[in-house]
Design a protein around this ligand. Structure first.
Ligand code: GLC
Length: 484
């Protein structure tokens, strides 16, 4: 992509993302540093070929069907609103929230069922919330008893209580790469929100420069928890660190929103954490999201898709419903929208991390399985144009999106169905721009077979016979495969 185009993409992206201070926004391309460690480079290249992953937000908050963690945050924002019987008094509310630990008992927990559904949908990696901002560990940490395996949590007596371990094992044995979501901020830790002061906002509630021992304790606590995750849970491929406001002032980028939000120097010593983590997990991708530099191996636009290709590694994380966490009767996006989004992301060189929030019982809503099944049926036919693909000019034209296989011998032009229609109806002739101007030897629609074509200059004209124009196999998006 030329630099004018890239600048344009960045500007549009910032414009789209300025709607909320909560979302992880910044100029996604600025300050990116490619990793220098060959094992990290290799893992990153492999990860970029996977294209489609599963994200899961799960915690004690799922029992109330509310936003993950944020209702504890004393900022007056739409997503921090407290509801329910304790909502009128912040301190009562926190007590009741933390008491959710004593009722969390997801008896239907069956990670093999999730892994199978995700695999069948064509997903290739998983990122799971091992600890969110509320500080509740979904793994067997020794640093705190605010955890799923503590005797106060009813599920602790279940043989599968260490759900992080169970999830990682189940997905790993289905061939997935494994990612640990871990929140740097911890609103349960006395060394992040020191009870001496009331919490003021999402940030540490004391000045780490003035109280260095306390901050040191917090750094060690974080280091130790991450070390537990890097040592007791088998091979881990991605350390996905959330809470970008925990960072040294020196790494604050130009985004105005961040400057407004981050009020205190919060240097967690990423160099020490990354060294330790990679000592245990060679080649580990470290995603210190929104903190540009050495420890952000790929960038993570949230709830949005960049409008043009980006030439650095990136992943959009997007919810299947309207929330990251489980909300009863949430409306899930239709399969058509998931597939259209996947095609757009991949044509722009990114990965798609699709989030599903498990219920307090430990399962997904039936609609989640339904969507994944439909996506999987489409992927079984069209996945070859998705995986291991690269961007190729002209990237997109009208409702056509281009990809090429990394071997350079094949390109794909994806024709999307209309916005409100799953079924595609093809015209008698389709005109395409030759991807990268490359001559074409053979044309096929995946699932339907070979087609006749001719080339006029830079334009490929494909003839679609009547019998193939409204074939019921043409759902959501048709992939026209071009052999060069
Ligand atoms: C947002 C939310 C956070 C969530 C994250 C996932 O930043 O505030 O709760 O975990 O998105 O990307």
């Amino acid at each position: 992509m030329n630099s004018r185009k890239k600048q344009f993409a960045t500007i549009v992206f910032i414009f789209l993302s300025s709607y909320s201070a909560r979302s992880q926004e910044h100029n996604v391309s600025a300050g990116y540093m490619p990793p220098s460690d060959p094992l990290v480079q290799q893992n990153l290249a492999e990860w970029q070929d996977l294209k489609f992953g599963l994200f899961m937000h799960w915690g004690t908050y799922s029992q109330w069907g509310i936003v993950e963690s944020w209702s504890l945050c004393p900022e007056d924002e739409g997503w921090t609103v407290r509801r329910g019987p304790h909502a009128q008094n912040y301190f009562d509310y926190v007590k009741a929230y933390e008491n959710l630990q004593t009722t969390f008992n997801p008896k239907q927990f069956n990670p093999e069922k999730w892994a199978d559904a995700a695999k069948q949908a064509g997903m290739k990696y998983v990122v799971f919330t091992t600890k969110h901002h509320d500080g509740f560990a979904m793994f067997d940490t020794q640093q705190s008893d605010y955890k799923i395996t503590d005797s106060k949590t009813p599920f602790s007596s279940n043989p599968r209580a260490n759900v992080t371990k169970e999830i990682f094992n189940a997905f790993r044995s289905d061939g997935f790469k494994i990612g640990t979501y871990f929140s740097k901020p911890d609103w349960h830790s006395d060394d992040y929100w020191w009870p001496y002061f009331p919490p003021k906002d999402r940030n540490v509630n004391y000045d780490p420069i003035k109280y260095p021992e306390r901050w040191e304790n917090f750094k060690n606590f974080t280091y130790n928890q991450i070390e537990e995750l890097m040592t007791g849970y088998g091979k881990v491929d991605i350390l996905w660190l959330d809470g970008g406001w925990v960072r040294p002032f020196a790494t604050i980028d130009t985004a105005v929103e961040w400057q407004r939000t981050i009020k205190t120097e919060q240097d967690i010593d990423m160099a020490r954490i990354a060294k330790m983590a990679r000592g245990h997990q060679p080649g580990l991708l470290v995603v210190d999201r929104t903190v540009p530099g050495e420890y952000e191996n790929y960038v993570t636009p949230e709830q949005q898709v960049p409008s043009e290709p980006l030439d650095i590694p990136w992943e959009s994380c997007l919810t299947l419903g309207n929330s990251w966490s489980y909300v009863p009767n949430d409306t899930y996006k239709p399969a058509r929208q998931i597939i259209h989004t996947l095609v757009k992301i991949v044509s722009r060189g990114g990965n798609y991390l699709l989030n599903i929030g498990p219920s307090p019982d430990g399962d997904w809503a039936p609609d989640a399985y339904d969507r994944l099944k439909a996506v999987g049926e489409w992927m079984a036919i069209n996945g070859e144009g998705i995986y291991s693909s690269r961007t190729i000019a002209p990237y997109a034209q009208h409702n056509i999106y281009y990809t090429q296989h990394k071997d350079g011998h094949t390109s794909y032009a994806f024709l999307l169905s209309d916005e409100n229609n799953d079924q595609l109806h093809l015209p008698p002739t389709i005109q395409l721009t030759l991807p990268d101007g490359k001559p074409v030897k053979r044309v096929e629609i995946l699932g339907l077979g070979k087609l006749k074509f001719k080339t006029k200059g830079n334009v490929l004209e494909i003839t679609v016979p009547e019998s193939k124009r409204s074939n019921t196999a043409l759902r959501y998006a048709a992939a026209i495969k071009l052999s060069h």
